[in-house]
Design a protein around this ligand. Structure first.
Ligand SMILES: [Zn+2]
Length: 256
């Protein structure tokens, strides 16, 4: 049974934690939410280096948004409009997809918003979830470092791209979840390639993304919620990275 578009939630997947706090979502370009300093900062230097997890998430999201704004413009399409909300430690976001807590990395089509928990991002960055994630707990990859988090941000934004392209309406009830998930991985790879071409990546970043894609792959192939095996998810990211343009990801779902 598949949820309807309004309530369909595209989770990266992880364990559940309960907490209580309401967050308002933000739209691209508005000020980021307040939060205290935490561990996740880019290894970049200078005034632009993010000082907190929320700043890092915002910085990556804005970069991904900049890429897709350009790509949509090049294709003669309207600029994608997406909101984002970073769930503070202990917080819960009330969303069109229901309450989302600290375990969350998701795109909610019902309110066009990317939700990522700061604590979840910190744990990904630190490799603290490797025993909990389906792939890494079975010895496939692992998450560590800023680009493992960037992979997740770009994946969630990839779902927003699918929404903008009308792929949920077109395919929502006809294709396995996996097709959407692997295409979102592919879109994440396309963005990473653009960042690499701009000289933004550091040594090891590509490997961090590859290892993270393996780590979040799952083996639950009989489940409608199956996102792809570790190898499939890594391969999908590579397809985007090597293809270097969004059309490379049409192998997963064809845009109209
Ligand atoms: Zn997803």
């Amino acid at each position: 049974m598949r949820p309807s578009r309004r309530t369909r939630l595209l989770l990266l997947g992880s364990a559940a934690v309960v907490a209580v706090l309401v967050l308002a979502s933000q739209t691209m370009g508005s000020a980021s939410g307040e939060s205290g300093p935490s561990r996740l900062t880019s290894s970049g230097s200078g005034e632009d280096a993010p000082q907190s997890t929320s700043e890092f998430l915002t910085m990556v999201t804005e970069d991904v948004d900049r890429y897709w704004t350009g790509a949509f413009g090049d294709a003669g399409l309207d600029e994608p409009r997406v909101g984002y909300a970073w769930i503070a430690p202990g917080g819960v976001a009330q969303t069109a997809c229901g309450p989302l807590d600290e375990s969350t990395a998701a795109y909610c089509p019902g309110d066009d918003t990317i939700y990522i928990s700061e604590r979840f991002a910190d744990a990904i960055y630190a490799g603290a979830l490797d025993r909990a994630l389906p792939g890494s707990s079975q010895g496939y990859g692992g998450t560590l470092g800023d680009f493992s988090v960037a992979y997740i941000v770009a994946h969630e934004y990839g779902h927003q791209v699918q929404d903008e392209l009308g792929l949920y309406e077109r395919y929502g009830d006809q294709v396995p979840t996996m097709a959407f998930e692997l295409q979102a991985d592919c879109f994440a790879g396309v963005w990473a390639r653009s960042a690499d071409d701009e000289g933004q990546l550091e040594a090891g970043d590509v490997q961090e993304a590859l290892d993270a894609a393996l780590a979040v792959g799952d083996f639950d192939t009989a489940s409608p919620g199956h996102h792809g095996t570790p190898e499939q998810r890594r391969e999908a990211w590579v397809t985007g990275f090597e293809g270097a343009e969004p059309g490379a990801c049409s192998t997963f779902l064809q845009a109209a």
